[in-house]
Write a protein that binds this ligand. Structure first.
Ligand code: ZN
Length: 847
């Protein structure tokens, strides 16, 4: 794909090796550095362009192989983030060493080289210097060729006060006194890698003794006193290292691997080679106090980042347009790896949920193709979204199911083999899979990668033929369709008289006809792997409802998700959702229930008067018997996922159903925990807290606040923080909102405000707060969290409020991730239209 609309560095000079030395002053939040970049000059140059942002760049010269020296001075071009080295005389082609002195500040925006803090037990503040360079912030820490295909090796030295721990990509080679209470930490050279993968972490931290994983030293790094929360991360990390070196048939590309928990971190985690950084709750966990879903999330993130050591670090996208190559694969590999770690979690069924989030975004006219041309760095920042990760992983899984896992893996191994230590593009991946399998993979996948949206496949059975028709799925019929036609790999399963058969076809025209004979039921997305939706004819839909128990969980999930989406889009009436819901009494899969719960949650936002009473009572009739069947207490021998199901039922009944019995029971469980008699079952805790908050007041609020301030685990801290967002009283909501400008870590504040937008009692207050404090929020919060905060506006689905949201956001663009904001605004329109169409009919349909 096209690369250049933004500025790219000229290729006349190539970096080979960085000798990088930084001296950090944590108390003063500053650093000073020296570097020597070995460069290959390909043609005579009188200037060398590098990236540098918010750095002072001083002493510069170019030294030749024979010791000749070219004096130079540096011209900064802040608008393009460049430092241009002007040479006193041209440098001839050959190897040179570019020497630069520079300095900068540790910022508080969680990008580049930044400051993270925590409070020690004695109340004093501890400071850590940490790095986050992806996509384009290495240039904020040292002048460099900050583009992913300018790979080089790095030898890093970090100098800091004694008594601090220092971590970088390579193993620590030596730590020697540097005088005046300072220590110089020198790290081993890295493999050739991109600048965005360089890591530097220095601070009062502690490391576990390394675990030997087939020759790789694996450690967890964290703030002091959290040692008991690390064994699970070590267990998952060791599993992932072994799993991936086997699956890829390539050894881990580093020599050691540190998993580092940071108190402040803008993203979830970052795959720096050999030095992966995480938010604390995504790495440090006590398995006895965590819910299964929290443990799964930690395993997901660790496996995802370790997959990147191969997919992303060893082989890297050539430019940011290919980000999906990194992220979709790491997401796909994360599922495989976690599925092997705990098969009883049925990870691939749960993936249906995150894939459904991608389908929800990709049905909007403001969606985008997985891959599109990227020019300026800001555009790359907008790519870290559900389309790159979940849609990307979804279409890869569709391809893998179509080819078979073994053949798919052969293609991936070939791809990594061909491009290790280098860069690659999407086309290289298809080349490798085609070479390994002989299948025309490219022509199928191009329609999914370079085209936005996905098809709605209509299915009808007539005279023994399954008639199929594809058209772009969209939520708003009056908006332009995102795509046109796809090459859809279809697997169809039909059952006739108890005999089940599967048929495969590639639907690449608008319509197709498949001879099936007579059938009792037909699933047009067998296995539930396709990245599309199915609209069954009335007759086929009814027959599936009659035979729900014969479908696989992911197929039932797809049926629920597709039915709800077509109701939301106005293709079907709410009655069709009810027909399906009425049949789900016996359902035991938590994912299918979570789909129903989110539908009921949206209905709860639009319901009024009689409609709300009808909704609450319908919710109790629907979910009550299911909760009764699984009970409140964990049963011996129950499935691993039952606790997750129980939590979904409790929160749905307690919130949407306002079920007095469930609320009382939740209050009891909470009281018993807070009084120290018996802790809440970890699986149930987030649900119980949400129900207690919804029915609670100032007393509960104070208790939540104090638990948030002194939590036993990072997960508990998050539960109580989000719990604070769930209270209905305006005065309590205002306190929580104010905290988001002060006490709440900036990495979390946007998410808390976003959650409050979705609280139907106080959403309008959260919205006023955003408008009032717009500049302050933009200055304070990490850029990537602003669009995530604004995702919550889609819950403000009253027409007048929606008009205000549109007017304000049209005038207030965000610095990064504008497309996500546009999508939230379009989703708001979907919800408003739905509310006006179905809101007045709620009492009638659900009564
Ligand atoms: Zn990733």
């Amino acid at each position: 794909m096209t690369e250049a609309t933004g500025h790219r560095l000229p290729k006349s000079v190539d970096p080979r090796h960085y000798r990088l030395s930084l001296s950090l002053d944590l108390a003063a939040a500053s650093f000073a550095g020296q570097e020597e970049i070995e460069v290959q000059v390909h043609e005579a140059v009188s200037e060398i362009e590098l990236h540098a942002v918010e750095l002072e760049v001083g002493q510069t010269r170019l030294r030749g192989r024979q010791g000749e020296v070219l004096e130079a001075k540096v011209r900064l071009e802040p608008a393009d983030g460049l430092a241009v080295v002007e040479l006193a005389s041209p440098a001839a082609p050959g190897l040179w060493s570019l020497e630069l002195g520079f300095s900068g500040r540790l910022n508080d925006k969680l990008r580049g080289l930044y400051r993270s803090t925590y409070q020690r037990d004695d109340g004093t503040q501890a400071t850590i210097a940490a790095s986050q360079f992806e996509p384009t912030d290495a240039r904020r820490a040292f002048p460099c060729f900050d583009e992913p295909d300018r790979k080089a090796t790095f030898s890093v030295t970090l100098e800091a006060d004694e008594g601090l721990l220092a971590v970088s990509n390579g193993a620590l080679v030596e730590a020697v006194p540097a005088g005046q209470g300072r220590v110089r930490h020198r790290f081993a050279d890295t493999i050739p890698m991109s600048t965005y993968l360089v890591a530097m972490v220095v601070g009062p931290l502690e490391a576990s003794g390394p675990v030997d994983v087939d020759g790789v030293a694996l450690s967890v790094v964290h703030r002091p006193g959290k040692g008991e929360l690390r064994p699970y991360a070590l267990e998952v990390g060791a599993h992932a290292l072994r799993f991936f070196s086997g699956w890829f048939a390539i050894d881990y590309p580093g020599t050691k691997l540190d998993l580092i928990a940071l108190p402040d971190f803008a993203a979830g985690a970052m795959e720096n080679l050999g030095a992966v950084t995480f938010r604390e709750p995504l790495l440090l966990v006590d398995p006895k106090r965590a819910s299964r879903a929290e443990l799964e999330r930690v395993a997901d993130v660790i496996c995802h980042e370790i997959a990147h050591m191969w997919f992303g670090d060893l082989v890297t996208m050539r430019w940011w347009n290919g980000l999906w190559l990194n992220e979709a694969f790491a997401t796909y590999m994360e599922m495989l790896c976690v599925d092997a770690f705990r098969p009883e979690w049925e990870r691939w069924v749960t993936f249906g949920r995150s894939r459904a989030a991608a389908l929800a975004t990709d049905g909007l006219s403001t969606t985008r193709p997985i891959e599109y041309p990227v020019g300026r760095p800001e555009e790359a920042e907008g790519m870290f979204d559900v389309l790159t990760y979940e849609k990307g992983a979804g279409v890869l899984r569709m391809l893998e199911r179509y080819l078979g896992e073994d053949r798919f893996r052969l293609g991936i191994r070939l791809y990594l083999d061909r491009h290790e230590y280098a860069n690659a593009e999407t086309t290289d991946l298809w080349d490798a899979i085609e070479a390994a399998t002989g299948e025309p993979v490219r022509s199928v996948m191009d329609s999914w990668i370079f085209q936005a949206g996905y098809p709605l496949v209509e299915a009808e059975l007539a005279q023994g033929h399954l008639e199929l028709r594809q058209s772009p799925f969209r939520y708003l019929a009056d908006r332009p369709a995102p795509g046109g036609r796809w090459r859809v790999p279809l697997v169809v399963r039909r059952s006739a008289g108890g005999e089940v058969a599967e048929h495969r076809l590639l639907l690449d025209a608008e319509t197709a006809s498949l001879e099936l004979g007579e059938a009792d039921w037909v699933v047009a997305n067998a296995g539930g792997w396709g990245f599309f939706r199915v609209a069954y004819s009335d007759r086929l839909a009814r027959s599936l409802l009659e035979h729900l128990g014969e479908l696989e969980p992911l197929e039932r999930f797809c049926l629920a998700s597709d039915t709800w989406a077509t109701v939301l889009a106005g293709r079907l009436g709410l009655e069709r959702f009810r027909e399906l819901a009425d049949r789900l009494g016996g359902e035991r899969d938590p994912n299918v229930w979570s789909q129903m719960a989110s539908a009921l949650g949206l209905l709860d936002l639009v319901a009024e008067g009689d409609g709300r009473r009808a909704l609450a009572s319908y919710t109790c009739r629907l979910a009550g018997p299911a909760l009764e069947a699984v009970g409140w207490e964990r049963q011996p021998g129950e499935a691993e996922t039952t606790g997750t199901l129980r939590a979904t039922l409790v929160s749905t009944l307690g919130l949407v159903g306002a079920d007095p019995q469930v609320r009382r029971r939740a209050a009891e469980a909470y009281a018993s925990d807070i009084e120290g008699r018996q802790p809440i079952d970890p699986d149930l805790a987030p649900a119980v807290l949400a129900v207690v908050a919804a029915a609670g007041g100032p007393k509960e609020y104070e208790a939540f606040l104090s638990r948030y301030r002194s939590p036993a685990t990072p997960q508990e801290e998050m539960r109580y923080l989000y719990g604070l967002a769930g209270f209905p009283q305006p005065e309590l909501a205002r306190r929580t909102l104010e905290m988001c400008l002060g006490e709440v870590r900036t990495q979390n504040a946007g998410y808390v405000v976003g959650a409050m937008l979705s609280n139907r009692h106080v959403g309008h207050l959260a919205w006023s707060f955003i408008k009032e404090h717009w500049d302050e929020l933009a200055a304070r919060l990490p850029d990537n969290t602003i669009p995530r905060m604004l995702e919550g506006v889609s819950s403000l689905c009253r027409r007048e409020l929606a008009a205000d949201v549109h007017a304000f956001l049209a005038d207030h663009p965000v610095r990064a991730g504008q497309r996500m904001v546009d999508q939230a605004r379009e989703r708001l329109d979907v919800h408003v239209a739905f509310a006006e169409r179905e809101g007045p009919r709620l009492a009638q349909v659900l009564g």
